[in-house]
Design a binder for this molecule. Sequence first.
Ligand code: PRP
Ligand code: ADE
Length: 176
Amino acid sequence: DKNDKLQILKNAIKAYPNFPEPGVTFRDIFGVFQNITALRAMKDLIVEHILFLEVDLIVGLDSRGFLFGPMICMELGKPFLPIRKKGKLPGKVVQQKYVLEYGEATFELQSDLITNGTRVLIVDDLLATGGSMSAAVQLLKSVAADVVECLVIIELTSLKGRDKIEVPLHSFLKYD
Ligand code: PRP
Ligand code: ADE
């Protein structure tokens, strides 16, 4: 059942203290992709959660969000669009600067693909300070999209990233 799947998922995610810098405990989502049972459990949990969400578009955040977006969009039968760090996307883009748990960056989105009220689900592996996710929500709002939900596998609750997100946010695993 759901709790078994959550436990299998949790067991596949290793924590690395003091990476990539002192004081940060890095939670490595790639462990899930090395364990097919855990990968299936994660996919099932995501699909069960999103099946009845009404969305037009799935947006994934550079780069670990790209692991989930296409997997989910197959299930929903909806397209995928990346938000990338600056300088990677061709054509007309909109930009948003942000800070994250260990650094700062600028996100870009190809704006011409979104129309007024496009219903978007944003996916990423992890919410830390919420800097990345809130920048993504801002970017999508700037092109008049309707962000239905933000979905992450892992939430680091002590960083209070959730407080920065003005739309519903769902996480499967919570750590301090
Ligand atoms: C990580 C992670 C999230 C973000 C979370 O990405 O995948 O996108 O940080 O941190 P925040 O909540 O404090 O913003 P990172 O920018 O390290 O890039 P990567 O996915 O390419 O490793
Ligand atoms: N991105 C930001 N903070 C992180 C953490 N603690 N573990 C993995 N990815 C992260």
